[in-house]
Design a protein around this ligand. Structure first.
Ligand SMILES: CC(C)(COP(=O)(O)OP(=O)(O)OC[C@H]1O[C@@H](n2cnc3c(N)ncnc32)[C@H](O)[C@@H]1OP(=O)(O)O)[C@@H](O)C(=O)NCCC(=O)NCCS
Length: 80
């Protein structure tokens, strides 16, 4: 519901009111919560969960679960 995305995804859950910006790569069994923002060009690795209200910076490579409400950035992504 009200999800905006610019990327193809397989076996991925995206919660309500979340945005996946163009160029992001999300493949496999990924769980994305509600009100999440995933920046342009970010990569989210298989089997990762992104908590409600989290922000993934543009270009970040997410290799571990992201808690609710947290912003991560960089390669590999760390808490901002
Ligand atoms: C992560 C983000 C939300 C942070 O925004 P912000 O809170 O305004 O952050 P700032 O611009 O004040 O930068 C804060 C710090 O984060 C760093 N930073 C900002 N964006 C970054 C990114 N994408 N990757 C790595 N570091 C980043 C800055 O260099 C700065 O570092 P410093 O404290 O060492 O100087 C934002 O930079 C971002 O990536 N937005 C996504 C944009 C996007 O993809 N839009 C979709 C277009 S279609």
């Amino acid at each position: 519901m009200h999800v905006n995305y610019g990327v193809g995804m397989t076996r991925t859950h995206v919660g309500a009111f979340s945005t996946v910006a163009p160029g992001a790569t999300i493949c496999g069994d990924v769980w994305i919560g509600e009100r999440v923002f995933i920046g342009a060009g970010a990569v989210v690795k298989n089997l990762v969960s992104v908590g409600d209200g989290a922000t993934i910076a543009a270009g970040a490579v997410v290799v571990a679960d992201v808690p609710d409400g947290v912003t991560v950035r960089g390669v590999p992504a760390r808490v901002a």
